[in-house]
Design a protein around this ligand. Structure first.
Ligand code: HAM
Length: 443
């Protein structure tokens, strides 16, 4: 129920058009949000299955949190001076509450961890999630306003061993998936104290060049100079050339963590590169940061497949105990773009083609019996000609078509057409299910 009467805007947004002099209205999906049609879904399932299997082998259990959270949760955890919070959130109000469609999954998982006092139930929690996220970014190939992430979070393990295990899991999963040219970049931004010191160092470095920065970067110089390192504006990128490297200002504890992480990765033989200027778009990170990119042709500019890092302060900032955390999320659309076409096994269905009114009931019964035996079955009850039913069976990629007419019904037989072998034989009605199931028709 809307709190106010719908305005014409409500009735007809930019996603629908009315041709002049014609009352016909055509509706389109919202810009940056895509339909995933049935013939594309098989690739999604294959990727989601690979992700779930990998995550579960590593001891992660699935969590499902709401798509909508209170706006303040994201402002607090992601950070006020980030692009996501400043301009990309879908925020609306209901029942005097400000709500936001989740732009990412970490804040909701952390909120759930605190709300359910999970720390009191188990020392370490490993959670994974899959689902749609929403950011009002400028849409382009690989960047959408509704997109799907698969992510993992570990609460209660300070690392660095689990940091290395997480990066190694991702490198291994991308390799098994067959994504070409993947590079894992790893860095550290230290803990809160190191970051505060680095912020000062960076501000002092950039201040004399303030005039050369973009207008947006100038506004960030005071509040969040680290974000300027992440700017895509060539003016900001030029100003950041030669900027001090955060790895040089790590304190002793941060340095020990960073050194141990690299030692674990080296011992595992996990390929990675150190990126001392790695900055991520969200403000909650501490110490370990990582991103996996691929230069696969289809991706173009949006080539970061996965990003993550440690966020040891978030649980406390959300009102929980001081529990360390690390996680990542990967963009499923981007991974599918990087993968290109996939060879997917298709279940060969069986089509049942009844000829005549009486045969339709028998065909429905046969369809049920086929499915009970594990065969994907389609019953063509449209009352069309045999030619048209065979065309439909072919279009479905069916291996078999069972033709059953009133005459066959009287004799208790069916015609079994092998569409691949272009042959046909007559079989007793009672034998056809077993025959199809045993010839590879069953799933
Ligand atoms: P993020 O880097 O903002 O991190 O997003 C992770 C991944 O989601 C990106 O690497 C990209 O593949 C995909 N992605 C982000 N925005 C879009 C978009 N507009 N369209 C398509 N794909 C997109 C996070 O979201 C953190 N929650 C990751 C994390 C988990 N850190 C700790 N735990």
């Amino acid at each position: 129920v809307l709190d106010r009467p719908p305005s014409p805007e409500h009735k007809r947004g930019a996603n629908s058009t009315r041709s002049p002099g014609n009352s016909f209205m055509s509706y389109r999906a919202v810009k940056g949000m895509n339909d995933i049609l049935p013939d594309e879904v098989a690739r999604w399932h294959a990727l989601e299955r690979a992700f779930r299997e990998t995550a579960e082998l590593h001891g992660y259990a699935e969590i499902r949190t709401p798509v909508v959270e209170g706006t303040e949760l994201f402002v607090r955890s992601i950070g006020e001076a980030t692009d996501v919070v400043e301009k990309e959130m879908y925020t609306f109000s209901r029942h005097s509450e400000s709500l936001t469609l989740r732009p990412e999954g970490t804040a909701g998982a952390a909120r759930a961890y605190v709300e359910h006092k999970t720390h009191a139930k188990e020392p370490v929690s490993r959670w994974y999630y899959l689902g749609p996220m929403f950011r009002a970014e400028r849409p382009q190939r690989g960047r959408y306003r509704q997109f799907y992430q698969a992510g993992c979070e570990i609460f209660g393990d300070p690392g660095p061993a689990c940091d290395a295990e997480m990066i190694d899991m991702l490198v291994g999963m991308f390799r098994r998936l067959g994504i070409p040219d993947v590079v894992a970049s790893v860095g550290s931004i230290g803990g809160a104290a190191t970051r505060e010191r680095y912020r000062e160092t960076l501000r002092a470095f950039l201040q004399p060049k303030a005039g050369e920065l973009s207008e947006h970067a100038r506004t960030r110089l005071e509040q969040n100079p680290l974000r300027i390192l992440d700017s895509k504006d060539p003016k900001d990128q030029a100003a950041c050339q030669g900027a001090p490297n955060i790895l040089e200002v790590l304190d002793d504890a941060d340095r020990a963590h960073w050194d141990a992480l690299r030692a674990h990765l080296d011992a595992l033989g996990t390929p990675y590169v150190v990126d001392p200027l790695l900055v991520r778009g969200l403000d909650y990170y501490t110490r370990t940061l990582f991103e996996l990119k691929s230069s696969a042709g289809e991706l173009g500019a949006q080539n970061t497949l996965c990003g993550g890092g440690r966020y040891d302060d978030m649980i406390r900032e959300l009102g929980g105990p001081a529990v360390p955390a690390i996680g990542f999320a990967m963009g499923l659309e981007r991974i599918l773009l990087a993968l290109g076409p996939m060879e997917l096994p298709k279940r060969p269905p069986c089509s049942v083609a009844p000829l005549g009114a009486r045969a339709v009931s028998k065909a429905l019964e046969l369809g049920r019996a086929l499915r009970d035996a594990g065969v994907t079955a389609d019953v063509d009850g449209r009352g069309n000609s045999l030619k048209s039913m065979l065309r439909r069976a072919d279009g479905l990629g069916a291996r078999y078509c069972i033709v059953i007419g009133d005459a066959e019904l009287d004799r208790g037989v069916v015609q079994l057409k092998d569409l691949a072998g272009h042959s046909q034989e007559e079989l007793p009605l009672g034998d056809v299910v077993a025959r199809v199931a045993h010839s590879g028709g069953a799933a």
